[in-house]
Ligand binder design. Sequence first.
Ligand SMILES: [Zn+2]
Ligand SMILES: [Zn+2]
Length: 275
Amino acid sequence: MADSDPFWEACARHTSRHTARTERSIYVCDDCCGRLQREAFNDRPPLHHGAEFQGFCGLCNERTRVRVRLWFACAPCWSMVLSYQKNFAAAKAVHDYWEKTVRPALPNLRLIETEETEVRPYARSKLTKKLAAAELTVLDFMVDENGNPLFHIELKSGPGIIDEMREFQLDINDSNDIIGVVNKTGLPAYIFHVQLRSVFEPPTRSTQAVNIWWTDLPTFLASLRKIARRRGEDKQAGYYDPRCFRPIDQFLDELRARGYERMSEELRRNRPEMS
Ligand SMILES: [Zn+2]
Ligand SMILES: [Zn+2]
């Protein structure tokens, strides 16, 4: 891109011109560079490609040949771009757990990723968050048994270790999404927390999943302590007792006991409400 281009010093991820004078850098493989350009950056090429070397790709998380690439981007868009690698790693951890532990024991249960992380440009939603939540029909994963839908799984991830957290934070928009989907589909939902950590191989970094915990929606909602504004932001969040989460090695017993049927009953008796 040249400085005569109309999108010079404009955020690559914003579809209409949105001034952003800061060049951001990411180390990605050639495939992921193409993917970012096509799917996230409105077909705007990087300002610069560096020399190739061996490291972790900032998008697909593979150890491969990467180059530094620069784009102009605004801060919120860039943090979205940097979150993709983490989202991919968290989703992969759930697939890996399922393949290793659930599938051999309960082969009729099938894990389907219903809301894969989309690499996409910035777009403003037409609906309010709450209205959108009421229309939503899928969370991150769905589990069925011989084609019969059983329950949803909502995936949360971050560096936190459940046993060391004072409280578990979840944006009100996110809890409304879960409640909206559960009410609309009549299917119960589990919430997974995947603990992620960054592993540096300077100047690149990969995201690795360390551990998974789970809870069910009624237990989670019952552990709400307060709703408050997030520090430094104008978003509201719920603050939950982290002891509502259990280690992933107890999830297979929950499935064997068909705990999701009990949860279904409970949600029918006490229909959850959005905040
Ligand atoms: Zn890649
Ligand atoms: Zn932007």
